[in-house]
Design a protein around this ligand. Structure first.
Ligand SMILES: CC(=O)N[C@H]1[C@@H](OP(=O)(O)OP(=O)(O)OC[C@H]2O[C@@H](n3ccc(=O)[nH]c3=O)[C@H](O)[C@@H]2O)O[C@H](CO)[C@@H](O)[C@@H]1O[C@H](C)C(=O)N[C@@H](C)C(=O)N[C@H](CCC(=O)O)C(=O)O
Ligand SMILES: Nc1ncnc2c1ncn2[C@@H]1O[C@H](COP(=O)(O)OP(=O)(O)OP(=O)(O)O)[C@@H](O)[C@H]1O
Length: 553
């Protein structure tokens, strides 16, 4: 039996069953025996391979399997008890009889978070202060900006910060001095999140930024968590393979902006979804306009000005008259939106009298104006690999993100009347196939030379995926009478080599879709390729200069 970790109070099957009963989950405990009630629980897991001695195993009924199908493995790994549904109880009793206490509830996914919160000690007032970000695009970038600002504020007070998202899970005094593990999901399962909160507390983490995917909200992964501040970026077409319609997609994201879950909601109101989200959010709601369209917003971005490849801007507060000048080094107007959202989320957290932070509002203003918290590299997000030719790697993999990224990259080219834009693009397999023709059309309309290649095919036929993009591209060239050079080159390494071969010093190369990813999943086989390293290597081979560290994986 694994000892109880420091700071965890004793939880037994009996006390957990009582808690679930008191919070409306109507649990049934079997067998009804003294040993069952007194059985101690020291952790929780949903993936059978991650069960540790003393854990509560949460056995869910899923699309691929039922967790209870793995009960033998779970027992051998020392699970102390199981939380599951009626189907799971039947499977367990048929497999091993009454050897292990089983708590039966109807809604296992809903109960997993509150159960894990009790086991790991998560409460509305416990550290870390949580900053969650949701939206179709901008979650990763905004959470890196949040973490950079929070560590600028907290490191001087000997406090650490944390990050949970698509790229990595990290905790430490600063982004540079953190323990980091690669992520296999944007938002982990509830039991993993509460375990993380406990680990963050033991690492002196006072505040953490986390991406909240719409899947996470739909799959109840954030149940039992309380957000100090939650931010909304935007809502455009993506993930329709899960949510079906934009209405359901909206409803999924709206689940984060509820008083019961979030103290302050900061809603970017640059699109219709933002206005609706602000109207429907409950609790303390703050609006942010970064496009100059919503004069009634609490906070607005004004006076933007090019600063290198990035942008300087002023944050103004309509109520207080505050004007805060700051900037981001990342290209693109959308990165002004991301930086403004991160800034307002932390400013609002510092102004919440019922939930004092380790920093004041004045500390935040001072950091924004003098410490450049948004001059950080976000792996694979508008990451500049070289400046001559301009060579950028970005994660854009849906129509809206592509348009934004291509606009961002074209802007300096148009201002300096310089060169042609060479774009390498693909699309992921087993994800929303309806967006592929749209992406192909956007590519040929906004770039001068387009190379259709592979992204992450997963189990789909890569040629089929490329055909979807090519179909949209050919249609757009025909109907628009475009002169765009269009090629289909695979594998991706050859496509990158072709892009570099076609580039002159005045040109711009953009690799879109994979960003930080260092391998492709081709029918279950991991094919190693990192766009940043490949691009840097090809540029060096042609004698071009690359930025130091830019090709690092
Ligand atoms: C659509 C989706 O999110 N599905 C998630 C869901 O699957 P599910 O409910 O069908 O459950 P299941 O996969 O049948 O598993 C049931 C039980 O059997 C176990 N099992 C299952 C199969 C197996 O081979 N071995 C095994 O042990 C599971 O651990 C679980 O205990 O619960 C599973 C268990 O936690 C997740 O692994 C699975 O994520 C899949 C792999 C996935 O690809 N999710 C993606 C879509 C996702 O969540 N993406 C978002 C980001 C989206 C974005 O913004 O791009 C994210 O937050 O990562
Ligand atoms: N605020 C924004 N609005 C629109 N597009 C954006 C915004 N921020 C970033 N993008 C574009 O979307 C891409 C993804 O950005 P980022 O990874 O920060 O978002 P994300 O929400 O985490 O994406 P995903 O959910 O796919 O992980 C970027 O590479 C850029 O092309």
């Amino acid at each position: 039996m694994r000892g109880r970790e420091a700071g965890l109070s004793v939880v037994t099957v009996g006390s957990l069953t009582e808690h679930l009963s008191a919070t409306g989950y109507d649990p049934i405990l079997t067998p009804v025996a003294d040993f069952a009630d007194r059985t101690e629980i020291t952790g929780a897991a949903m993936a059978p391979d991650r069960v540790e001695p003393g854990d509560l195993f949460v056995a869910i009924s899923g699309a691929r399997a039922h967790g209870a199908d793995f009960i033998d493995k779970v027992i051998s790994r020392g699970a102390a008890a199981v939380l599951t549904d009626a189907a799971g109880v039947t499977k367990i009793r048929e497999a091993i009889g009454y050897r292990i206490p089983v708590i039966e509830v109807a809604a296992v996914r809903d109960a997993a978070g509150p159960a894990a919160a009790v086991i790991y000690g998560t409460t509305a007032s416990s550290d870390p202060a949580l900053f969650g970000v949701t939206g179709t695009n901008g979650k990763t970038t905004t959470t890196y900006f949040l973490r950079s600002l929070l560590s600028t504020l907290l490191e001087p007070k000997q406090k650490s910060t944390g990050l949970i998202g698509t790229i990595e899970i990290a905790a430490g005094p600063s982004p540079e001095t953190s323990e980091r593990i690669a992520s296999d999901m944007t938002t982990p399962e509830a039991v993993a999140l509460h375990k993380l909160m406990h680990e963050f507390r033991s690492k002196n983490v006072a505040a953490a930024a986390m991406e909240v995917s719409s899947h996470a909200i739909s799959y109840q992964r954030i149940s039992g968590l309380y957000y100090d501040v939650a931010g909304f970026t935007n809502l455009t077409q993506d993930h329709l393979d899960l949510h079906g319609t934009m209405e359901e997609y909206f409803a999924a994201k709206a689940g984060l902006f509820r008083r019961s879950r979030t103290r302050t909601s900061v809603i970017t109101v640059d699109d219709a979804a933002g206005h609706r989200m602000a109207a429907e959010a409950t609790g303390h709601v703050v609006t942010l306009s970064t496009s100059g369209q919503a004069a009634q917003a609490h906070w607005e971005v004004e006076d933007t000005a090019a600063e290198g490849l990035g942008t300087a801007f002023t944050l103004t507060n309509r109520h207080t008259g505050e004007r805060i000048r700051t900037s981001t080094a990342l290209p693109g107007d959308f990165n002004v939106s991301n930086a403004a959202l991160a800034a307002v989320m932390v400013l609002e957290a510092a102004s919440d009298p019922e939930r004092p932070q380790e920093f004041s509002r004045e500390d935040v203003v001072e950091a924004l104006e003098s410490k450049q918290p948004f001059h950080v590299q976000v792996p694979g997000r508008m990451q500049v690999i070289a400046e001559t030719p301009a060579a950028i790697v970005d994660f854009a993999h849906n129509p809206d993100a592509m348009i934004r990224t291509l606009e961002a990259v074209r802007k300096p080219m148009q201002e300096q009347n310089r060169g042609k834009l060479i774009l390498v693009i693909g699309a992921a397999g087993e994800r929303d196939a309806s967006k592929r023709p749209t992406m192909g059309a956007i590519a040929v309309r906004m770039a001068d030379h387009v190379i259709i290649s592979d992204d992450d095919p997963h189990g789909e036929d890569p040629a089929e995926i490329r055909a979807g993009l090519l179909e949209g591209a050919h249609d757009a060239i025909t109907t628009g009478g475009l002169e765009t050079v269009l090629e289909e080159i695979t594998p991706r390494g050859d496509a990158i080599a072709a892009a570099v071969a076609a580039a002159g010093e005045e040109d711009t190369i953009l690799l879109a879709g994979r960003g930080h990813e260092d391998h492709q999943d081709v029918a279950g086989v991991r094919v190693a390729i990192d766009d940043r390293a490949e691009l840097a290597a090809q540029l060096k081979a042609r004698g071009f200069t690359t930025l130091t560290g830019s090709g690092a994986a």
